[in-house]
Design a protein around this ligand. Structure first.
Ligand code: ISL
Length: 553
């Protein structure tokens, strides 16, 4: 495959609102990110993906944009942004913007005009429909809560919003909308940004007959069959690529509920000229039961491993993958896939090894490099996330036991990943002098950057080691991958190799020592390069959450 900077680079995702506040208003800002650029450089990452920093009423923390060309004043405005971009480029860091093109804010000028009258020139920028027998036009539910349609009294018609009522879906059928979008993308390319993460890009083409879902509460299938991968999706992406993206040396990664093994390659096949990478959620929605994320199920390790193996096989030689274990929409990876109680240090490092030894571009989410964990606020009042609150209200309306539901919120809320970054053990974890918009996780006294930076045994330093190793050994990026013992319930063991060298990665995903049933590939003759425990010689048993990277000789 072609070699490029975005395949080799390591991405670090920032949720600006929670990164570093320099004004004391409790909200992180761009100047805060600028303050931390040397920290990011020292970590060894190459590409920074910024969650949305545009002007927004923040109904969904910036994923509701009211002006695509303006930077939010809360974050420091366009001066701050220009300084950030300059500061990053000076340090050889690349900047990836988050683009939310499936929907805008209802406070965007387009929507304000669109709702005024049925014959307004902006009417067709969104989806408007009359009611059906006094009901919404169809039975679709929003991702967050309730119907996906809202009636607007002004014209007595409904508009579509797959997310909150303040996030009306844009009508990409309308060529004028597509032209506006091309212009916006071009605007940021000309500013010199290095790429885009495209929010819910899998949803931009709609099934225009808006068919009812036979089971709207079965979210997974409704999204796959009705909301995502619509009839013109690839035409739109191809057009965007041809008209704008292809003119610049930038990277694109599309986010996609509803993207799966059957359709994923179509988005990133290098011969198709659409996107460079996608985020699929096969491992992230893996514990969702029939009722979605608040109906979690247990997942055995073979199923988890299979996701990585199947996707690697699917994309191999044709398109490029994204490797991530967490982001701002999910629980913390160490709480979710590791053991944040008894094996915090070990399991956080094990997951780092997984993240940085797979084929595909690695994405690190802020705070994971120090092993930040889920939070368990005592009351729903402490939560902020619109999805969490919507699900809470739905559960209440269903008459559920709310004490039990609060426990589910502790496990599943998106706010788990949005607590302020833990810089040190001073007030508010060094995040803000003011009152943080979301309470800090009380464990910041023990889990913070300052405590880890000079400790050679820390999670942070393990990340640095892994990052350095990946960058010095291109086999970790481009080399082949094979999962060994796929059926093993506790061990994730895989090989990475190219024509020059071979490595084996051994990960014990359990709280118990695990004997290696067969000595895979003569490990006696291998050299231990990196381990998350302080030991050296190869044993035939891996300790709980032990992770080893070995070179085969
Ligand atoms: O958050 C989710 C599950 O916890 C997902 O269903 C999520 O809503 C979906 O992946 C889309 O996410 C993206 O678009 C949303 C925004 O709220 C998310 O933060 C964003 O990553 C709407 O713009």
């Amino acid at each position: 495959m072609n070699k490029t900077w975005w395949k080799e680079g390591i991405v670090y995702q920032i949720y600006p609102r929670s990164y570093k506040d320099t004004t004391g208003n409790g909200v992180g800002d761009i100047y805060g990110i600028i303050e931390k650029l040397d920290y990011l450089k020292s970590l060894g990452v190459d590409i920074i993906w910024l969650c949305p920093v545009y002007q927004s009423p923040n109904d969904d923390n910036g994923y509701d944009i009211s002006d695509y060309r303006a930077i939010s004043e809360d974050f420091g405005g366009s001066d701050a942004f220009d300084k950030l971009l300059k500061g990053m480029h000076k340090r050889g860091l690349k900047l990836v913007m988050d683009l939310v093109l499936n929907h805008s804010s209802d406070e965007h000028e387009w929507f304000k005009a669109s709702r005024l009258s049925k014959d307004n020139p902006y009417r067709d920028y969104y989806f408007w429909k009359p009611s059906k027998d006094e009901n919404p036009p169809n039975n679709w539910l929003s991702f967050f809560s309730g119907s996906a349609w809202k009636k607007d009294e002004l014209t007595d018609e409904y508009f579509l919003h797959l997310f909150t009522k303040k996030q009306p879906d844009l009508n990409w059928e309308n060529p004028k909308v597509r032209q506006e979008i091309h212009d916006i993308v071009e605007f940021w390319c000309k500013k010199g940004v290095d790429g885009f993460r495209m929010d819910v890009i899998s949803l931009i083409s709609k099934q225009l007959d808006f068919p009812d879902s036979p089971c709207p509460k079965d979210y997974g299938n409704t999204i796959k069959n009705y909301y995502a991968n619509g009839p013109r999706i690839h035409e739109y992406l191809n057009e965007l690529n041809k008209k704008v993206l292809s003119k610049y040396d930038i990277m694109t990664v599309g986010e996609g509920p509803g993207i799966d093994l059957n359709n994923g390659l179509d988005y990133v096949d290098e011969r198709r000229n659409e996107l460079n990478m996608i985020f699929h959620f096969d491992h992230m929605f893996i514990d969702n039961g029939p009722g979605g994320k608040y109906d979690p199920i247990d997942v055995a390790l073979p199923k988890f491993k299979k996701v990585f193996t199947d996707w690697d096989e699917k994309l191999k030689g044709k398109g490029w993958g994204s490797i991530f274990l967490g982001n701002h929409d999910f629980s913390r990876m160490v709480s979710r896939f590791g053991n944040d109680k008894d094996y915090h240090l070990e399991s956080a490092k094990l997951l780092a090894m997984l993240l940085l030894t797979m084929r595909g571009t690695s994405y690190i989410y802020q705070g994971d490099e120090i092993g930040m964990t889920n939070v368990a606020y005592p009351s729903i009042e402490d939560y902020n996330d619109v999805e969490t609150l919507g699900s809470w209200n739905d559960a209440k309306a269903r008459g559920e036991n709310m004490d039990a539901f609060l426990k589910l919120v502790h496990r599943q809320s998106r706010d788990n990943a949005r607590t302020p970054m833990q810089w040190n053990s001073s007030k508010n974890a060094g995040f803000s002098e003011g009152n943080p918009w979301l309470k800090v996780n009380p464990n910041y006294n023990s889990i913070n950057v300052e405590a880890q930076i000079n400790n050679p045994n820390s999670i942070l330093n393990f990340y640095k080691t892994m990052i350095r190793f990946r960058k010095e050994n291109s086999v970790m990026v481009y080399g082949d991958y094979k999962c060994l013992y796929p059926e093993d319930n506790n061990l994730f063991i895989y090989k990475r190799w190219d024509e020059k060298s071979s490595y084996i990665i051994l990960l014990n995903f359990s709280n118990k020592p695990q004997a290696l049933k067969t000595n895979p590939l003569n490990l006696n003759q291998s050299e231990l390069l990196i381990s998350n425990l302080e030991e050296g010689k190869f044993k035939s048993t891996l300790l709980p959450w032990e992770a080893q990277l070995r070179k085969l000789i």
